[in-house]
Design a protein around this ligand. Structure first.
Ligand SMILES: Cc1cc2nc3c(=O)[nH]c(=O)nc-3n(C[C@H](O)[C@H](O)[C@H](O)COP(=O)(O)OP(=O)(O)OC[C@H]3O[C@@H](n4cnc5c(N)ncnc54)[C@H](O)[C@@H]3O)c2cc1C
Length: 315
């Protein structure tokens, strides 16, 4: 549906599972929508996911994305390969600067914007990390794939006590053999945290790890003096970098880690700017991100001809 002023009803920034879901909903509402995608989805790292409903046999991240793009193409929507490098509010909505890989730029107007730019994992320092992830030796999300690591010898790597919650979750749920590697940072635990370590029989290695290697299909954590610990799976709890800069630039509220705060309509504290997927504070999961996207798309559809709540006559 064309708008008279040529403005989009919605610009979706990010073409991962969340952004593509929002685009599908908006396309089916007959909305004029464009997806700008810089082409580095976290979802592409998933070797095989077994927690996506309807894919009991498992599905790889690239296949999820390809299916979503095929689905969208039925409505004649194809993500545009471009990075959004600027976003500002203007009367009636937003203006966004899109930059293609060859440096060509253009500015688009949109009544509403949905940010689905995701997050990037802080990676452990391992040789040939992509291969280790593909083989399931290195994982990032025990809620996603801890079931596949059930009963294994598992290490959780983090700086200091940050990974204790994740180690305890894995020990409670999947394996009685869990070690927390704190990378040389002493664990200054309070009484409650010590109780968690003891109750879950988590082994703690506070000494620096001088190297991580893959040997005979296992992760070897090396320490000074030639000492070595071997694990079947390593969960990285080194954290995520949230790609929330565009929203923060507009003054959107975020938590300490940079993940965006949204309301029950998936709207950020900047009226008219929505967020879905990993960029939103909460569980970083595909199904959750698709849920945000559906909620945001319905609200955008219901309101995108109206002024935003903070504008004159806005409701
Ligand atoms: C190894 C691994 C295994 C995982 N396994 C599972 C699993 O089994 N089940 C599960 O539910 N989840 C799993 N996850 C998590 C899952 O990948 C994420 O929750 C999901 O990808 C989030 O989707 P998203 O659309 O929010 O972001 P993404 O998939 O990261 O997509 C965001 C897109 O936005 C683009 N972008 C960013 N900034 C801009 C910009 N300025 N302009 C234009 N485009 C931009 C990026 O390039 C990217 O293409 C796993 C993650 C990893 C790393």
């Amino acid at each position: 549906m064309e708008r008279e002023d040529g403005r989009l009803d919605a610009l979706i920034i990010g073409g991962g599972p969340a952004g593509l879901t929002a685009a599908l909903y908006l396309a089916r509402f007959g909305r004029r929508v464009l997806v700008a995608d810089a082409g580095e989805p976290r979802a592409a790292w998933i070797p095989a996911s077994h927690n996506i409903p309807f894919f009991g046999e498992g599905i790889a991240g690239p296949d999820i994305l390809a299916r979503q793009r095929d689905h969208l193409a039925r409505y004649d929507i194809r993500p545009v390969a471009a990075r959004v490098t600027g976003l500002r509010r203007e009367a009636g909505g937003f203006a966004a600067v899109l930059e293609a890989a060859d440096g060509a730029g253009r500015t688009l107007g949109a009544s509403r914007v949905l940010l689905a730019t995701g997050a990037v994992d802080v990676e452990p320092d391992l040789p040939d990390l992509p291969d280790a992830v593909r083989r399931g030796l290195v994982r990032y999300c025990p809620i996603c794939d801890g079931h596949e690591s059930r009963g294994r010898r598992i290490a959780v790597i983090s700086r200091g006590a940050h990974g204790l919650g994740e180690a305890a979750f894995i020990a409670r749920t999947y394996s009685s053999d869990v070690t927390l590697l704190t990378l040389g940072q002493p664990l200054a635990l309070d009484a409650a945290q010590r109780e968690v370590v003891e109750r879950n029989r988590i082994q703690v290695i506070e000494q620096p790890v001088t190297g991580l290697e893959i040997r005979d299909g296992r992760i070897a954590a090396l320490r000074g003096g030639g000492a070595e610990h071997r694990f079947e799976v390593l969960y990285s709890a080194l954290g995520l970098h949230y790609r929330s800069e565009l929203a923060l630039g507009l003054g959107a509220a975020a938590d300490d880690s940079g993940a965006l705060v949204v309301d029950g309509h998936a709207q950020t504290t900047v009226r008219g700017l929505y967020a879905a997927g990993d960029i939103v504070r909460g569980l970083d999961q595909i199904v959750v991100g698709m849920g945000h996207a559906a909620v945001a798309a319905a609200h955008i559809h219901n309101r995108c001809e109206l002024p935003t709540e903070d504008e004159a006559d806005g409701a």
